[in-house]
Ligand binder design. Structure first.
Ligand SMILES: Nc1ncnc2c1ncn2[C@@H]1O[C@H](COP(=O)(O)OP(=O)(O)OP(=O)(O)O)[C@@H](O)[C@H]1O
Length: 647
């Protein structure tokens, strides 16, 4: 055997699905004894009518099983059970194109290149790889186009599909699975896409398995192997060009004027008289396939042994380093006492020794997620709509409370201005977080299914980049409103601004926790709304006669702490209020009845504070509670995300 032949054999990858059964919750069996063998350099099409189990099979190969389902059978790569670690090196293009719609294609591909390509690659090499893939998939002209979504126009359906494939091709996966990559494309685009993949699979010696619904005749001819499913069972499995012969062989005649792909689908439709007969033959085929695969498995095991012996003999042993390159499977033996037998055993048993995954450091993930998070959050938190709304609120507050005269009559107005600003600034990020975080999670969940990054890196990046963005709205409202109302001096302004922005950040953290309460966004919104109303009503702003047994509830109102801080800091540093005539304040009446004409007829802020119906906690206590809320809710959000939602 020449070294070249040997290397080819070593590079040959074989993906095997052996006797797979899948039963979902309720006992319904979706897949029955399915077998599949796909080899590198070839494209295998999984076909079948709608509901025949194509997506379920692709999902299983990628380790995505429906919750509460049971599966038996085996999924192997080069005769070794595919582990979750090995799956990370697979590429999977799902039916849905799940992207952040606000990013351009270039930004999206940059992000994927950072989290999918190994940290050891230089930035230049990553950029080069992105350009190669962009060129391959003919996406150059739309690099600066936004991905787009339901409401904002961006990439076309075909471009989005190719973008989805581009993200997976970046690292040249040895196994690429595509679920209906041609859905929504016209037949010429579908053909073009399959031709591109056809060239790629040969060049890279990869395995492509793609489910496809109703390919045109030309697209159908791009595939080397076919697996036809009907009701989750095999109806045909084998070379594409042998399909017609097979069906004719089992007595199902092919009409010459038919497109072969249509014929295949037609013969297994519900109404077909041939269906039972075809499935019976399919079952026999499955049994034969099982035996053949088992024979192949034992043959390959001895081949592995042979390859190792060969490499060891070839001289590597002397320098204490022998490398077996079996496609992307690379094992390093650093001991001078290298033994091929031990190595073969290791290959069979220990997937930990196999470096199938490009490791990307936590730090690289964090940086890439931070930059993407910044781009995405900037659009959400500082959108034109938000800025217009902020400008409007700042304007209306400034006009309505403009330089409120410091008289007894205006004390309620003065306090209500503090209350309004506090509640508005904390209210907005709370609901904003609920609406946007849930939408983000759908994308994060999708990306994390292929193990792209760690949840901790995502969460911390989100927190870090959003904090500066979240400061903008409070500053743009408080800065003009504070001086227009004429609250107090600069010291009070600075302190109020710091605590109100801290409270607004805490409020976003609470919003994040609410967005994670359940998997139903509507339920989360209902809980959030209930809590917000609870905060307003129990905070002591509207009713002063809370029953004594319910008095504790006011401490759960997170708005209360910032509001009380504002009251103390502003009222203690503002000018005194002129007494009304008659006055409700004892301090005014005492001065006038004493006939002390030199005594000022004013009410100091401290007196107003003392007369507040609610217990006012000291400044330090309000600050401590606000700071604790800031950290506690963010931590709670992480714990729920990591351990309860398991995103
Ligand atoms: N988690 C699940 N619980 C219950 N039934 C399921 C589940 N997942 C899939 N099914 C059912 O299994 C069958 C196969 O579904 P699957 O999505 O794999 O079909 P498909 O061949 O990909 O269909 P299509 O071509 O329409 O995408 C369908 O009847 C579907 O309703």
């Amino acid at each position: 055997m020449t070294q070249e032949t040997l290397q080819q054999q070593q590079q040959q990858q074989v993906l095997t699905v052996r006797g797979v059964n899948l039963t979902v919750e309720g006992g319904r069996q979706i897949l029955h004894n399915v077998h599949l063998t796909a080899k590198s350099g070839s494209m295998l099409a999984v076909m079948g009518p709608s509901g025949s189990g194509k997506t379920s099979l692709m999902n299983l190969i990628c380790g995505r099983r429906p919750p509460s389902s049971t599966m038996d059978g085996e999924i192997l790569l080069n005769n070794r059970k595919v582990t979750s670690r090995m799956r990370k090196s697979f590429g999977y293009v799902t039916q849905e194109d799940v992207f952040f719609s606000q990013l351009t294609l270039k930004q999206t591909l940059w992000f994927f290149s950072q989290v999918k390509l190994p940290s050891s690659m230089t930035a230049k090499d990553k950029e080069k790889r992105v350009n190669e893939v962009v060129e391959l998939l003919q996406l150059t002209k739309c690099l600066d186009t936004k991905i787009g979504g339901m409401s904002d126009q961006g990439l076309s359906g075909g471009e989005k599909k190719r973008a989805n494939i581009a993200c997976e091709l970046l690292r040249n996966p040895k196994v690429l699975l595509l679920d209906e990559p041609t859905s929504g494309l016209d037949s010429s685009l579908a053909l073009k896409l399959m031709e591109i993949l056809g060239r790629w699979v040969v060049e890279q010696s990869s395995i492509v398995v793609t489910s496809i619904h109703q390919p045109s005749s030309q697209t159908f001819h791009e595939f080397h192997e076919l697996l036809l499913l009907a009701d989750g069972q095999i109806a045909y499995s084998g070379r594409r060009e042998l399909m017609v012969e097979y069906f004719e062989g089992i007595g199902v005649p092919f009409h010459k004027h038919w497109n072969a792909a249509d014929f295949m689908l037609e013969v297994v439709k519900e109404s077909s008289q041939h269906k039972a007969h075809i499935l019976e033959n399919g079952r026999q085929f499955a049994e034969r396939a099982k035996q053949e695969q088992q024979q192949l498995a034992s043959a390959s095991a001895s081949q592995v042994h042979l390859n190792l012996s060969y490499q060891a003999d070839a001289g590597s042993r002397q320098n204490g380093l022998a490398g077996l390159d079996e496609g992307s499977v690379r094992i390093r033996f650093t001991s001078p006492d290298f033994s091929p037998q031990a190595a073969a055993a290791k290959l069979q048993d220990d997937s930990e020794g196999v470096h199938l995954v490009h490791e990307v450091s936590w730090w690289t993930q964090f940086l890439a997620l931070s930059y993407r998070g910044f781009l995405v959050s900037r659009e959400a938190i500082l959108s034109v709509q938000v800025l217009v709304q902020t400008a409007f609120v700042a304007f209306i507050v400034s006009v309505l409370w403009f330089q409120v005269a410091k008289t007894e009559n205006n004390i309620a107005d003065f306090i209500s201005a503090i209350f309004f600003l506090t509640s508005y600034v904390t209210f907005a990020p709370f609901f904003e977080a609920i609406m946007t975080f849930y939408a983000d999670l759908a994308i994060v969940r999708h990306e994390r299914k292929s193990g792209m990054y760690r949840i901790g890196a995502y969460y911390l990046a989100k927190m870090v980049v959003e904090i500066p963005l979240l400061l903008v709205v409070p500053i743009f409202i408080i800065a003009p409103a504070y001086w227009c109302v004429g609250f107090a001096d600069f010291g009070a302004f600075a302190a109020f601004l710091v605590v109100i922005t801290l409270n607004s950040l805490a409020s976003q953290g609470i919003g994040i926790v609410f967005s994670l309460l359940s998997t139903n966004p509507r339920t989360n919104m209902t809980f959030a709304f209930i809590y917000m109303i609870f905060c307003f009503l129990t905070g002591g702003f509207f009713t002063k006669s809370i029953p004594f047994w319910f008095d504790w509830a006011k401490y759960l109102s997170y708005i209360r702490y910032c509001y009380h801080f504002g009251l103390i800091i502003i009222l203690e540093r503002t000018d005194d209020f002129r007494c009304g005539e008659p006055s409700l304040y004892a301090v005014c009446n005492r001065n006038s009845t004493a006939g002390n004409s030199t005594a000022p007829l004013t009410i100091p802020g401290s007196v107003i504070l003392e007369l507040q119906p609610d217990t006012i906690l000291p400044v330090w206590a309000n600050i401590i509670v606000t700071v604790c809320m800031f950290f506690a809710f963010r931590l709670l959000g992480y714990v729920i995300l990591r351990f309860c939602r398991k995103v």
